[in-house]
Every structure is written in C-alpha cells, then in structure tokens.
Write a protein that binds this ligand. Sequence first.
Ligand code: FES
Length: 75
Amino acid sequence: MCVGSNCSVNGNTRLSSKLKKYLKESGLSQQVKIKFQPCSDCCDDGPVVVFENQHYYQQSFDDLKLLINQKIQDN
Ligand code: FES
C-alpha cells in the first residue's frame, strides 16, 4: 500500500486502518499482511495499492475485501 503523501491524503491512510481492523476481526491477519511502500510515481491515478505485484488504483475498502477474499478462495 502506497504511503506516499498523495496516496495517504487521498485515502490510503483511512483504507489501511480499515483493512487492518477487518483482517484482525475476520481472522485473516496471519494470511494477509499489509506492507507499505513509498511513492511509485503514479500519484495521479492513486491512491495506489499493490496486491501480488499488480497495481490497483482508487480501490474502495469493499473492492479490496473482495479481492482478498477471492484470492483466499482461489488458493
Ligand atoms: S503517493 Fe502513491 S503513487 Fe505517489
């Protein structure tokens, strides 16, 4: 998850807090780790989240939950 200033201000700070809480409450915090990365120079498309080496832009909390749960079911 990008923690550059643009992405942080545009949603990633709030998103990371909600995601941490969700992972803990759903028992997924051992399976899914949130890592933070610096700006990757695609701020105009952000906020940026990288999930399994793929960039996602302007994802909502529900989008990320769906993405995580789909990946867990696939594995
Ligand atoms: S601040 Fe996130 S891509 Fe630049």
